[in-house]
Design a protein around this ligand. Structure first.
Ligand code: GN1
Ligand code: MG
Length: 373
């Protein structure tokens, strides 16, 4: 569907006149545009997004979370580094001061400041980049350890409820409405053989060994912005899924996306494997910022988190493939099956290297300021 972006933009408190609006193709879920306005002949850029309300059923709740989190982070960073605080995400209010605007068709729109002189990477090009991205997600979590007020909204209920996702996969498989299961036999078998992975964390949370914190829940490497000159982390973006959750899940998703240089939809599976030096860098970066507050059971399950989240992502891609590609945007036939296969290959690679990965995490936490617990 095409939208009248200029008309939408008029509902926000932009500085000056809108002179350009360009779509950017990024992410599987929301629609994103870069807006340029000029005030006193100086261009100011913004990011306009249509929140996908099929995925996020209650966009105002998403925005309530986002405003609380961005304001808390900005205020805390400001105390030590006002320049860095000015480069954090901030919600630009819509008319009447609300955090998003609802158009006549029922779409929800929101605007952020554009973080200038910063870049994102889709793949970890070096251990240094992986370390810095991981440090940023750890920093994000540490900044939110003292978020005041009630728990955040769960913007997608059961988002990392892996047992529930596995149950849903089984229902979809049973129906096989698109007749696609036959093309995914080895992948389906793999899920059943490894289904024991799903329950482990739920049990540790229920037993009180692992606390629920504020989690980002989409810790892909391209959700970190780095300064384009120095390569130093600037801020964490894509806050729609920030909600009560597990630190292990965040580290796990980082392992999934940043410890393997191949793209998520790579068809040449020989390129898909966990790279141990990228993984070590991730562990070091994350431990540096989180060592002081994580519980022992969280530290000792970080590698498991990588395996779990990759396994869960495999369940999610395969479920969507079997349903007929209704959730993730696809750009070719079998796209979700290709994605499923990369995740499976990565889980296998993690299983093969699990022991040495655990040793690296232990060492990373020992060397972080927080020690091992
Ligand atoms: C989705 O749209 P994007 O790229 O930010 C998804 C993540 C998945 C990811 C897989 C709300 O994220 O959970 O890990 O695709 N976001 C949602 O690439 O489902
Ligand atoms: Mg996202």
């Amino acid at each position: 569907m095409t939208h009248d972006i200029a008309a939408v933009a008029r509902h926000f408190d932009l500085a000056g006149e809108l002179i350009a609006a360009a779509p950017i193709a990024t992410g599987h879920i929301n629609d994103t545009y870069v807006l340029t306005a000029t005030a006193h002949r100086r261009p100011i850029r913004y990011v306009l997004q249509r929140i996908n309300h099929d995925v996020f059923k209650d966009p105002p709740q998403v925005m309530e979370n986002v405003v609380r989190v961005t304001e808390h982070i900005c205020a805390k960073v400001f105390r030590n580094d006002p320049e860095l605080a000015s480069r954090q995400l901030a919600v630009i209010p819509a008319e009447g001061g609300s955090a998003c605007y609802r158009d006549a068709q029922g779409n929800f729109w929101r605007v952020y400041n554009f973080i200038e002189r910063a870049v994102t990477y889709d793949t970890p090009e070096s251990p240094g980049l992986a370390r810095e991205a991981a440090r940023m997600f750890g920093w994000f979590q540490s900044l939110l350890t003292d978020l005041p007020g009630p728990p955040l909204h769960e913007t997608i209920p059961g988002f990392h409820d892996t047992p529930r996702r596995f149950e849903f996969f089984q229902e979809v498989l049973k129906a096989d409405a698109q007749n696609r299961a036959a093309r995914a036999r080895p992948e389906i078998d793999f899920l059943f053989q490894n289904a024991g992975i799903c329950r482990v964390l739920a049990d540790l949370v229920a037993g009180g060994e692992i606390p629920v914190r504020v989690a980002h829940y989409d810790t892909k490497i391209n959700n970190v912005m780095l300064d384009s000159t120095t390569g130093t982390g600037v801020c964490v973006i894509d806050l729609d899924t920030v909600m009560p959750g597990l630190s292990i899940h965040d580290f796990g998703d980082l392992v999934r996306t940043a410890a393997c240089p191949a793209a998520e939809d790579e068809r040449d599976l020989s390129k898909v494997a966990l790279d141990i030096s990228l993984f070590e860098a991730l562990a070091q970066g994350f431990a540096r910022e989180t060592g002081w507050f994580l519980a022992p059971a969280e530290k000792s399950h970080m590698v498991f988190g990588g395996k779990l989240i990759t396994f869960e992502q495999m369940i999610r891609f395969l479920t969507d493939y079997l349903r007929g590609d209704v959730y993730y945007k696809v750009h070719r036939d079998g796209h979700n099956l290709d994605r499923t296969r990369t995740q499976m290959k990565l889980v296998q690679s993690i299983i093969e290297q699990e022991e040495s990965m655990n040793r690296l995490v232990e060492r990373a936490f020992q060397n972080s300021s927080g020690g091992t617990n």
